[in-house]
Structures are given as structure tokens and as C-alpha cells.
Design a protein around this ligand. Structure first.
Ligand SMILES: [Zn+2]
Length: 415
């Protein structure tokens, strides 16, 4: 065991994080699948990360996939490889560029940001855990970008520590810094052919202690509705209004199975977009379900519903189902050592962890689906992602660095 208790990484990890927040890496969902990365600022940060990894002595590749792939070569023959992944882009729900991070020596109480928003302790009970430490926020006019630059900083700090302590045993340690996670296109292209690790972890979680190993199964169902247009004056019995068909389909979906009516393990249908005219309309409906049988049922139920409504209204429709990602718990179950390793490392370090579910997806879910590599999501210490009141506790980031090193150590011991 080489980690004799917790190491204080607060200085290093916060310095790295503050540096990364100065890069404008907001991604653009409207360019997802068209340009990669969707915004050029992401490449600027990725190039900086490549330089930093090379300075540390890692082997780095950066190909057409636009994914930074670094390898710290094993010093322990027989130890299995392990991977860590974080994304360089930030969300576009609120302005993500021009971030001016502020470090608060947190003494308790609400945090008023210069730009106006106030981080209320009433809404953020976890703040209390960080009294006496440093809490980082934006100035209140942008998000902070702890999602996921905290993850990038945690991984980089852990790599720097391993390089600075060459006597510490480790197998091949891989790092991946992906673009465009927030657009959902981050894993559209990934250098799977280069990947050594059979177990990987994303550092893209929130509150301290959270380990997310389950996510939704997710599909987007696109329904194209073809109406029948006539002169409105002589439309009786002939006109088929595509928008009306869309609205009937929308209303026929169970209201109790919507995102606003569900939480926990409950799945839902969500009409995300309706576009068009009375002649042609298209709908995008999101289906989410943790259970794969339930997921398949929802897809079939929606298809049947859409066809039935179309028949009643004499419209013709095309239905396209695109599965976005699947629940990664199957891959985790097939490799139980993946989560056991985290729990063992956390127990040794005195970090209390808890299992959480993601009512969404992660890049790790895509990896699990595509490559069969389990890839749970670990906490970074960030809160209120995608908002002006985002914050991250430096102490939590430091403990996350320890957890990464603890996981590396567990893998080294498995030779
Ligand atoms: Zn994220």
C-alpha cells in the first residue's frame, strides 16, 4: 500500500482546474455529428493537455477522433491496464465561455456572486461540509465548467503524482480527454482500436462520494407525419392536418410517465420537438428506461400508438428509432471487480461512497455498449452543473485524486 492515508492535493488540483476554466470550450449541439469537435476552443484545451501529458512523459496520440489519449506505461509487469476519462467541453444551457472563476475561503452561509445569482445554503446543504476549505464558483454570469474540467484536473493531478513517484507500482494507466460530451456526440468516434484498458472510469460525477454505475437506456423516436392538404374552403372530410396528428400522439402518451412526473428508477416518454406545417410534421420523442425489457416495451408501445393514431386520422407516417445509449449495468455486472475496486480503494482511504443512478447517460455508457468495457462514473465534487450557480469544493476534488490513485494501486496489486 503506497497511499498512507489521504494526500492533500488541494493546491495542485485547484491550480489545474482554474487554468482549464480559462479555456472557452462550450460545445454546440447544433453541430453535433456535422463538425468534430463542434467548437474550435475544445481543440485549444486538448492541445494544452497534450503538452502537459507529454511534459509528464506519457505517450500521447491524438488522431482523427479528436480524443486525447495518453498512456503512462506500466512499471509492474502483469498488472492490468486501467483507464480514466473526462470531457473537455462545457454545456451550452447557460453561457459557458468567458468564465471568471472565483475562489472563496468558505466560512459558511450563502455565497453571493458578483453577477447577481446567490448560491443558497438552503438549496445546497452540502456546502456545510466544506466550511474552512475553498469553494470555487464563476462570477455568476457564466457556468463554472466543473462539469467536466474538475474531472480533467483530477486525472491530470493523479498522473503528475504517479510520474513524480516512479517507485509506486502501476500497470498501464490510460487517460482519455474527449470532446462534445454535452452534445451527445462525444463517443461517436473513439480510438477503441488503441484502448488497452478493459476497465475504465469517467470522472464526470457530482457530489462527493457518488459512484454512478447505472444509467438509462435511451432512444430518440422520430415520427414523420404526412398530412393531406386541400383548399381550406373545401377541406371537409378530406384535409388531414399533420400538426393535429402530432398533437394527438403527444396527448396520448401517459402523462404520469413524463420526466416531470418521475424520478428514481421510473422511465418516461418525452416529446422534445414538434416541427412542421399542417402538410408535413415531424416529432422527436425521447424514451428513457433503466430496465431493458421496459425500454423495448416503450419503443414498441410508441410505434403502435403512432400507427394507430395515423390510421384513425388517415395520415401516413414514418417512424425511425435511434438507440442513443444503453444502461451500463450489464457491463458492470459482467465485470464485478470494476466497482469492487472502487469500494475497496475508497474504504482504505476513508472516503465514504454510495451508489447512485444517472437519470441520463454518460460517455462511459457508450463505451460499455460499444466495447463491453465497464466504465462507471466517479464524483468530482461539482454541484449545480449547467447553471450560473455551479460550484466545486476543492477538498472534494483532492479526495477524488486520492480515489483515482487508490484505484490505480488496486489494479497494480492484481498482477
Ligand atoms: Zn459532464
Amino acid at each position: 500500500m503506497y497511499l498512507n492515508g489521504m494526500i492533500d492535493f488541494t493546491k495542485g488540483v485547484s491550480a489545474r482546474f482554474l487554468d482549464y476554466t480559462t479555456y472557452d470550450t462550450m460545445s454546440d449541439p447544433s453541430k453535433a455529428g456535422i463538425e468534430r469537435p463542434t467548437t474550435p476552443g475544445q481543440v485549444v484545451l486538448q492541445k494544452a493537455l497534450i503538452r502537459q501529458l507529454e511534459e509528464l512523459g506519457l505517450e500521447v496520440t491524438y488522431g482523427d477522433e479528436s480524443v486525447v489519449h495518453g498512456i503512462l506505461r506500466s512499471n509492474t509487469p502483469g498488472a492490468p491496464a486501467v483507464g480514466f476519462m473526462a470531457h473537455v467541453d462545457t454545456a451550452d444551457d447557460v453561457m459557458g465561455n468567458g468564465v471568471k472563476a472565483i475562489c472563496h475561503d468558505y466560512k459558511g452561509g450563502d455565497i453571493a456572486l458578483p453577477g447577481g445569482p446567490v448560491i443558497l445554503t438552503a438549496d445546497n446543504p452540502d456546502l456545510e461540509d466544506y466550511i474552512g476549505g475553498t469553494v470555487i464558483t464563476s462570477d455568476g454570469t457564466t457556468l463554472l465548467g466543473a462539469d467536466d474540467k474538475a474531472g480533467v484536473a483530477i486525472i491530470m493531478e493523479a498522473m503528475a503524482y504517479l510520474v513524480a513517484h516512479p517507485g509506486l507500482p502501476h500497470g498501464d494507466v490510460e487517460v482519455f480527454f474527449t470532446p462534445d460530451e454535452e452534445t451527445g456526440a462525444g463517443m461517436d468516434r473513439f480510438p477503441y482500436h488503441e484502448q488497452l484498458s478493459k476497465v475504465c472510469y469517467t470522472l464526470d460525477g457530482g457530489e462527493e462520494g457518488g459512484i454512478e454505475s447505472e444509467c438509462f437506456n435511451a432512444a430518440t423516436v422520430t415520427i414523420k407525419i404526412h398530412g393531406v392538404s386541400t383548399h381550406l374552403g373545401s377541406a371537409r372530410g378530406r384535409l388531414v392536418n399533420a400538426l393535429k396528428v402530432a398533437s394527438v400522439i403527444t396527448d396520448a402518451l401517459p402523462h404520469s410517465e413524463s420526466p416531470e412526473a418521475t424520478d428514481g428508477h421510473y422511465g418516461y416518454y418525452h416529446v422534445g420537438a414538434v416541427n412542421g406545417t399542417n402538410v408535413e410534421a415531424s416529432m422527436e420523442i425521447y424514451i428513457r428506461d433503466f430496465d431493458s425489457a421496459g425500454f423495448d416495451f416503450r419503443i414498441k408501445a410508441l410505434q403502435d400508438l403512432a400507427h394507430a393514431v395515423a390510421q384513425v386520422y388517415h395520415a401516413s407516417i414514418d417512424v425511425d428509432v435511434h438507440v442513443s445509449y444503453r444502461n451500463m449495468d450489464a457491463a458492470n455486472a459482467a465485470h464485478p471487480e470494476c466497482l469492487e475496486t472502487v469500494r475497496r480503494a475508497a474504504a482504505r482511504l476513508g472516503i465514504s461512497v454510495r451508489d447512485e443512478i444517472i437519470r441520463g447517460g454518460t460517455d462511459g455508457a457508450r463505451m460499455a455498449e460499444k466495447a463491453g468495457v465497464p466504465c462507471p462514473n466517479l464524483f468530482t465534487g461539482g454541484h449545480n452543473f449547467h447553471s450560473l450557480v455551479e460550484w466545486v469544493a476543492v477538498d472534494a476534488m483532492s479526495r477524488s485524486v486520492n480515489l483515482v490513485l487508490g484505484i490505480v494501486e488496486e489494479f497494480a496489486a492484481r498482477r
